[in-house]
Design a binder for this molecule. Structure first.
Ligand SMILES: Nc1ncnc2c1ncn2[C@@H]1O[C@H](COP(=O)(O)OP(=O)(O)OP(=O)(O)O)[C@@H](O)[C@H]1O
Ligand SMILES: [Mg+2]
Length: 229
């Protein structure tokens, strides 16, 4: 077996203090292999988004460690965290979260991590390439308000891909979409897993979407209740 690309070790996450404390994650341990497609299912409030945010370094766990590619993200300084996130992680949210006054192309290009070798022309090619991958090349000059929800989500996926991270985290990516656009988005995510070999962690309360995954974790009340491959 290769080394796991994601390791969650003894993770707890508490919100609030004193008698208002909410234990959102309770002693979670998970290992995810590179190239896997994992669905995290469970009812509202069980801790799915918290788990994904903590895995992605968007929130710190109260205790425990998260290793991405062997690197402990809980130890990375505030200053270095954005770079590590850009290199290792793409994140897709239920609400798309595109920037309203940027076009599809500009939204994608805006997150490209700068480097010495990256010429302006190369940057443009990279942004266009990922827009092509989600079939949004023709809409590159359109603003979010000119696109349907499904189209906006496809641009958001392109944005998550542009730095070629090995991991794609998706939090209810079809939650705001009708079933047909939702299926289009799921097919793209499945394609990225198959063709780019991206490791996908998909959070959803929609049982049906687990058919896209190879492994299903079920959460309840901050705990992992079952883990099936
Ligand atoms: N910032 C916060 N402050 C206080 N409590 C929070 C905060 N974020 C989440 N919680 C609580 O932590 C628990 C887990 O929330 P989380 O958002 O992870 O659930 P979820 O499984 O993603 O639910 P949903 O399916 O509704 O999105 C819930 O009880 C929630 O109220
Ligand atoms: Mg959630």
């Amino acid at each position: 077996m290769p080394n796991p690309i994601i390791q969650v070790q003894e993770v707890n996450k508490e919100y609030g203090r004193g008698k208002n404390t909410v234990a959102a994650l309770k002693d979670i341990n998970i290992e995810i292999q590179p190239g896997d497609f994992v669905a995290v299912l469970g009812p509202s409030g069980c801790g799915k988004s918290t788990l994904l945010h903590v895995m992605a370094g968007l929130e710190q766990p109260t205790t425990g460690r998260i290793l991405l590619d062997g690197v402990d993200v809980t130890l990375i300084t505030e200053r270095d965290l954005p770079k590590v996130r850009a290199q290792k992680i793409g994140f897709v949210f239920q609400a798309f979260l595109l920037i309203e006054d940027l076009t599809a192309f500009e939204n994608v290009e805006s997150v490209l991590w700068p480097s010495e070798e990256l010429t302006k022309q190369k940057q443009e090619e990279m942004a266009l390439e990922v827009l092509r991958e989600v079939d949004m090349l023709e809409r590159r000059d359109h603003f979010p308000r000119q696109m349907s929800g499904g189209e906006q989500q496809r641009v958001a996926i392109a944005r998550a891909l542009v730095n070629s991270p090995p991991i794609l985290f998706c939090d209810e990516p079809t939650g705001n979409l009708d079933s047909k656009s939702g299926e289009g988005v799921m097919k793209i995510i499945a394609k990225l897993n198959k063709e780019r070999k991206m490791t996908v962690v998909l959070v959803t309360h929609n049982e049906e979407l687990s058919r896209y995954a190879r492994r299903t974790l079920r959460m309840h009340d901050g705990d992992i209740k079952s883990d099936r491959s």
